[in-house]
Design a protein around this ligand. Structure first.
Ligand code: F6P
Length: 362
């Protein structure tokens, strides 16, 4: 059996741990199987860039960040557009899949990767997906690998900001990744003891944010920590089209600088901003992510053994299972207003800048 494997989209800690878990399952449980690495995500499948891998290629990578295969972003909407050579990228991928005599391809990636994986599956390729992203926004799985490593990194950053904010009596606005969803900001905001959490799913009122900051200062708490997702927006911005929103922001691509400036002007307290950025995607996976990655990789091996294709591995209620790629493709798992963690945050007095009050925990 010739098994292709690729990592696509944004990288994250845990990719190599999944690759290792999968490969070790295959070498231990599926005799005579060969693993062929596809370079740099779907780009390698489009261009036919393959590498025959051997067992030793998977040693010593459990704790190594990034991906030994390389990755790239290949927008889903480009997959079915006719290129100069008269074929689409999808057709090129199917052709190379067959030319390399692959029996299946395992795709590690986020929401976009899953959409293309479903296309490949519909085009007749055997595909098994694995849910990767620090955003944890893949529908159908409680957790994606990479998420908790990023929560650990962000929590450590927020812990550090507490001491400098307290020393200076400042408001610190820390921007966390998540351009569409707020899971990472929500979890690390709570874990890091943020006072205000601003996420894309709950548009905020800048005056409400200022009120919360002013109230803290009046009660003698002379610093405030605000965790803001890069995709967070004001209520007014939420009514705008994305292009109009970005145009109105001028040089600011996110709401971080403007809310910091507004607080400084309206409340009269010193504010500073921090953008954690790609530090959240780098470095070694946390022990939790190594565990879940090994579990997910091993389960993908089981699906290969069973010939259960057109699937993607998932974690549901602490059990490892799978969804159909066709069910997952194109869906995003957003933070809902009645999410338990949102309620827990509100119950302990964390503000989401929306003026809504705590409504009890289910
Ligand atoms: O999808 C994961 C993610 O880290 C997002 O949180 C972030 O907005 C985006 O990727 C950054 O993309 P890039 O690495 O291409 O700059």
């Amino acid at each position: 059996m010739r098994i292709g494997i690729l990592t696509a989209g944004g990288d994250c800690p845990g990719l190599n741990a999944v690759i290792r878990g999968f490969a070790k399952y295959v070498y231990n449980q599926i005799p005579d199987a060969e693993i062929i690495g596809v370079s740099d995500g779907y780009r390698g499948l489009i261009n036919g860039e393959f590498k025959n891998l051997k067992e030793s290629d998977f040693s010593g990578i459990l704790n190594i960040g990034g991906t030994i295969l390389g990755t790239s972003r290949q927008p889903f909407k480009e997959m079915t557009k006719e290129e100069q050579n008269g074929s689409t990228r999808l057709e090129q991928m199917v052709k190379n899949y067959k030319k390399a005599k692959l029996d299946l391809v395992v795709t590690l990636g986020g929401a976009g990767t899953h959409k293309t994986a479903a296309l490949l599956s519909e085009a007749g390729c055997n595909v098994i997906g694995l849910p990767k992203t620090i955003d944890n926004d893949i529908w159908g799985t409680d957790i994606t690998f990479g998420f908790h490593s990023a929560v650990d990194i962000d929590t450590e950053c927020i812990d550090r900001l507490h001491t400098t904010a307290a020393s200076h009596g400042r408001t610190m606005v820390v921007e966390i990744m998540g351009n569409k969803v707020g899971w990472l900001t929500l979890y690390s905001g709570i874990a890091g003891g943020a006072d205000i959490i601003l996420i894309p799913e709950i548009p905020f009122d800048p005056d409400e944010v200022c009120k919360t900051v002013a109230k803290r200062y009046k009660s003698g708490k002379d610093f405030t920590i605000i965790a803001i997702a890069e995709g967070a927006m004001t209520k007014a911005e939420a009514e705008m089209k994305k292009a109009d929103r970005l145009a109105a922001r001028g040089n600011d691509t996110t709401a971080t600088n403007s809310i910091a400036r507004y607080i400084q002007e309206q409340v009269g307290v010193e504010t500073r901003t921090v953008v954690i950025g790609h530090l959240q995607r780098g470095g070694s996976p946390s022990p939790y992510d190594r565990l879940i990655s090994t579990e997910l990789g091993s389960f993908a091996g089981k699906l290969v053994q069973e010939g259960n294709f057109g699937t993607t591995v998932a974690v549901q209620n602490n059990a490892i299972t799978y969804n159909w790629l066709s069910d997952v493709a194109g869906k995003t798992k957003y933070v809902s207003e009645d999410n338990q963690m949102v309620n827990v945050a509100r119950s302990i007095g964390i503000s989401f800048g929306d003026g809504r009050k705590f409504k009890g925990i289910k």
